[in-house]
Design a binder for this molecule. Structure first.
Ligand SMILES: Cc1cc2nc3c(=O)[nH]c(=O)nc-3n(C[C@H](O)[C@H](O)[C@H](O)COP(=O)(O)OP(=O)(O)OC[C@H]3O[C@@H](n4cnc5c(N)ncnc54)[C@H](O)[C@@H]3O)c2cc1C
Length: 470
């Protein structure tokens, strides 16, 4: 609990109705979608505008109170667990799309808008906002920006970073800055917009974003390809891209994931095959048809046993929706689901898939794998039970080996879920100690008192641990 005088001041900024510190609300915001991390905040505060955010931040900076900005809490790296107590800053009042600019092809939005709401709003006007994380029905755009989230369409269209043109941010000292804007070109100084994207709430609070739109593709087609051999599916991915075809979506599901998804979604997916690819192409109809023909041929040359084109847009939608449900489907099987996102260059996907299988077998843990194969971004997902200490040790060891393997293949420890508190022990594998030092200095230049989301991305330097409850 915060001291009474601080509580009073915060209530006077946001109004009593936007200040919560009952046991239930503190408990509700003590965790996110990441298993194994839980810690109570001292208060949960919902500012109504950027000026209130600035006033809160100034007060917190003065009294060294941690601030954990929170969207929908769906991140998978313990990015919103209040490890040092302090306040959870909810962005629920920042829920408006402010402008769709048809001349500049931009959408200006508040950070608390649900990703899918933005996608649907711009599609109604014939535009396209491609980043589509599987969580898009619940995640907020502010969370996507701070995690630099990817999605099923990342292969062809890129990730959130590629669509953020400008931001309004409240800095840890309470100043409000604007970066970038509707400009197609802008090289005035360092690219602060890119620095904030993926900064996991550690540098400031995003209060507005300008996002790039593109014209909505004319048409799209979706294909399901079946394999009796994991390696053949992975090799097809590399072969498609090596043949200079960039599908909009190229997703991979192994058999255990497929079984769980079919059990959950019941759309008639085959469960007797070892792996499937879900492939989508969009664009002008002639190009889409030509690409799909070529992709089908390449898959067959790489031992696909069946290639089926979705007959209707409903069938196509069912396939991609089923893929988006993979994590939820797997989460039903055992008490704890730990999903990782080791990523390798696309050419190494086959090696990574077999390495994950071998690591799981050797460590006697259950790992199901699915993911954005076209991006080299796999989601090895461990089905386990956090209460079983011995099994958890084997799980940790298996994931450590997976990270090392990804790095050995030229990859990274996280492709889209961020470092948060979860992958912090492995960050040096990717960026080295010198890289971490540089990032830390950047963080301190923004946030010398380390009030913004402490304990995320790297171990905290300035902050004495105040409240840690696990
Ligand atoms: C079922 C499921 C499927 C998923 N699929 C994908 C996927 O396909 N691709 C993918 O990339 N991720 C995926 N994720 C992970 C997650 O949904 C994304 O990381 C998403 O961007 C988080 O959004 P959120 O609103 O829940 O943010 P939160 O989890 O609340 O926050 C994420 C981070 O952003 C910070 N933050 C939030 N809002 C602000 C703000 N306004 N200013 C400053 N910092 C802020 C937080 O402090 C935190 O560090 C999935 C998660 C689940 C549960």
């Amino acid at each position: 609990m915060l001291e009474e005088h601080l509580k009073k001041k915060l209530q006077s900024i946001v109004g009593e109705e936007n200040y919560q510190d009952s046991k239930t609300s503190l408990l509700s915001y003590s965790y996110d979608a990441t298993p194994g991390f839980q810690s109570l905040p001292d208060a949960v505060i919902s500012p109504r505008n950027k000026h209130e955010v600035a006033d809160i931040v100034k007060l917190c900076n003065q009294h060294n109170i941690p601030i954990v900005p929170r969207g929908s809490g769906t991140n998978l790296s313990a990015g919103t667990t209040p490890l040092y107590g302090g306040i959870v800053l909810l962005m629920k009042h920042f829920n408006k799309i402010l402008e769709i600019d048809e001349e500049n092809l931009t959408v200006r939005t508040q950070p608390g808008v649900i990703t899918q709401t933005i996608i649907e709003a711009v599609e109604e006007k014939g535009f396209f906002y491609p980043p589509d994380p599987s969580s898009m029905k619940i995640s907020q755009i502010g969370g996507n920006i701070n995690e630099n989230s990817g999605g099923l369409r990342g292969l062809k269209y890129g990730v959130t970073r590629d669509y953020v043109m400008g931001l309004e941010v409240v800095l840890p000292n309470g100043e409000i800055i604007k970066t970038g804007g509707k400009l197609a070109k802008d090289v005035a100084g360092y690219d602060l917009t890119r620095l904030f994207v993926g900064s996991e709430g550690t540098l400031g609070i995003v209060t507005e974003a300008t996002l790039k739109l593109i014209p909505k593709p004319e048409t799209k087609k979706t294909m399901l390809v079946l394999y009796q051999n994991l390696d053949a599916a992975a090799k097809s991915v590399s072969a498609i891209i090596a043949n200079r075809i960039i599908p909009a979506t190229l997703e991979f599901l192994d058999q255990p994931t497929l079984k769980a998804v079919e059990d959950f979604a019941q759309i008639g997916l085959p469960t007797d095959v070892k792996a499937v690819l879900i492939i989508e192409q969009d664009g002008p109809i002639e190009i889409v048809e030509q690409d799909m023909d070529r992709i089908a041929k390449i898959c067959k040359e790489n031992q696909a046993i069946e290639v089926t084109l979705a007959k209707s847009s409903e069938d196509a939608e069912a396939l991609t929706t089923a893929r988006r449900a993979a994590l939820s489907a797997l989460a039903r099987l055992r008490p704890t689901t730990i999903l990782e996102d080791a990523t390798v260059p696309r050419s190494e996907i086959a090696k990574m898939v077999s390495a994950i299988e071998e690591i799981a077998r050797r460590n006697q843990v259950t790992i199901c794998t699915f993911g954005h194969a076209g991006d080299g971004n796999l989601h090895p997902t461990c089905l386990t039970d956090i209460r079983d200490k011995q099994e958890m040790e084997r799980v940790e060891k298996a994931f450590e080996e997976i990270f090392h393997k990804a790095i050995e293949l030229g990859g990274t420890i996280t492709g889209e879920h961020g470092v948060g508190a979860m992958k912090l022990p492995y960050l040096h594998l990717k960026v080295g100690e010198a890289g971490i030092d540089l990032m830390r200095n950047i963080k301190l230049a923004f946030d010398p008192n380390s009030i913004m989301n402490p304990g995320k991305v790297f171990t905290d330097i300035n902050r004495k641990r105040v409240v840690v409850q696990k």
